[in-house]
Design a protein around this ligand. Structure first.
Ligand SMILES: [Fe+2]
Length: 224
């Protein structure tokens, strides 16, 4: 079959020339660059997930968000450790690349948090919009880890390759769970819109629970 299309299963078409030192060096640089990008995204996602959990009532959706918050924090720590082992923990920050990437990530999280709280008409619609945004972030992360996997394999860095594969699998599971929940969140948004009012239980959101716990602790301290 004559075709000019790209065949991802053809390893000759996708691998770098490991006898070309310039290509090897470029791939090594990209491993560090993409690990820094992944770190910035994971850190930003920790902030976003916390904000989303804060506005999500007790539900399967919130359980999924809470699980992924734990995974995201662990992923962030693992990337930081790996960058340290690769001797790039501080070097990229010094050159400004990592710092700029981190700023991009944090800026994203800072700008998204309050916007997420304001937009949408009903609580249900906000949750649906959050889930759609989370899908976009997961897809971006999957692509970044896929690139890191390919680069790490090319330079023979099996530890980074295993890290990227593990993280990608966690993101794929998260994306799958989110996509499974989107029809349910959509149904709830339609019901709220049709009823003209929200049935969204603000009293059982993550933020309300944190507030209740803080009040209980304060009452306890006052009693003592
Ligand atoms: Fe992640």
């Amino acid at each position: 079959m004559s075709s000019t299309s790209f065949d991802a299963t053809d390893s000759a078409a996708t691998s770098i020339d490991d006898e070309d030192l310039a290509q090897l060096e470029a791939a090594r640089r990209l491993v560090i660059q993409y690990l820094n990008e992944a770190l910035a995204t994971e850190r930003a996602l920790v902030t976003t997930l916390r904000a989303h959990i804060g506005m999500t009532p007790v539900s399967e959706y919130r359980t999924v968000l809470e699980r992924h918050l734990g995974e995201t924090q662990e992923q962030s720590n693992a990337i930081e450790r790996r960058l340290g082992e690769l001797g790039a923990g501080g070097s990229l920050l010094a050159t400004g690349t990592g710092f700029a990437q981190t700023l991009v990530g944090q800026g994203l999280a800072l700008s998204k948090g309050p916007v997420d709280l304001l937009r949408g008409k009903s609580g249900e619609e906000k949750l649906l919009k959050n889930a759609k945004d989370e899908c976009a972030t997961e897809a971006l992360e999957i692509a970044t880890y896929e690139a890191i996997e390919a680069l790490a394999r090319a330079v023979g860095d099996s530890k980074t390759e295993a890290l990227a594969r593990r993280h990608r699998e966690e993101e794929e599971r998260m994306l799958g769970d989110l996509r499974r929940l989107i029809p349910i969140l959509t149904r709830d948004a339609v019901r709220a819109l049709a009823a003209g009012h929200s049935t969204y239980d603000a009293g059982s959101t993550g933020a309300a629970e944190v507030l209740r716990r803080a009040r209980a602790i304060a009452t306890d301290v006052t009693r003592r």
